[in-house]
Ligand binder design. Structure first.
Ligand code: GRF
Length: 197
């Protein structure tokens, strides 16, 4: 059975593109919708070029009404009949109500070796701590920020003297390998962790 996959973005959408490009042939998923909370996100144009339907849902138009923003998100996801939701550089924190609604169906990629470095500025924090390795994690989304069950991880060694930007740039291609691999398995009902690197 083909899984209908929606992808939520806020920015450039390189992970979104990797996911979309992976869903061909015998892949168990197909991209049905890309949503951005940032109407100007470069990833929206990128998704259109890939022939995936897009919607912008600007969180700012809801002011402090997070429930209103999330209701609009849920409407779009449900209209598209999304089975699986991939957060890919989606920079809004989702409420426990929203994560519960899509429990067991929503994934996220986070640029750190979770459980280390939840939240923002992970590359800077790895360098400041002098860690010998860094990486990225795909996990199920729960109410706990960057805290759900881990479905895949890549580990890479850090290089002495490199900047946070260099480290982020070296990690990104690994994100593009890991996320599609996890999504493929997830669509088949396989939650055993993917370990790369
Ligand atoms: C990625 O590093 C992702 O892990 C992080 O934000 C970045 C998004 O990049 N949360 P892109 O929009 O997929 O190019």
């Amino acid at each position: 059975m083909t899984r209908r996959v929606a992808i939520l973005i806020s920015g450039g959408g390189s992970n979104m593109e990797a996911l979309v490009r992976s869903m061909t042939g015998d892949h168990p998923g197909r991209p049905v919708l890309v949503i951005s909370n940032e109407p100007g996100a470069a990833g929206l144009a990128r998704a259109r070029r890939l022939n995936v339907p897009t919607i912008a849902i600007d969180h700012r138009s809801h002011g402090r009404d997070r429930a209103g923003f999330e209701a609009e998100l849920a409407r779009a996801l449900d209209l598209a009949q999304a089975d699986v939701i991939c957060l890919a550089g989606f920079m809004r924190v989702l409420s426990p109500e929203f994560t519960a609604r899509y429990a067991g169906r929503m994934l996220n990629i986070h640029p750190s070796l979770l459980p280390k470095y939840r939240g923002l500025h992970t590359h800077e924090r790895v360098i400041a701590a002098g860690d010998a390795e860094h990486g990225c994690t795909v996990h199920e989304v729960t109410a706990e920020l960057d805290g759900g069950p881990i479905l895949g991880q890549v580990r890479i060694p850090t290089i002495r003297g490199e900047s946070a930007d260099d480290l982020a740039r070296r990690l990104l291609p690994w994100e593009h390998r890991l996320y599609p691999e996890v999504l493929r398995r997830f669509c088949l009902g396989d939650r055993s962790p993917v370990l790369l690197g």
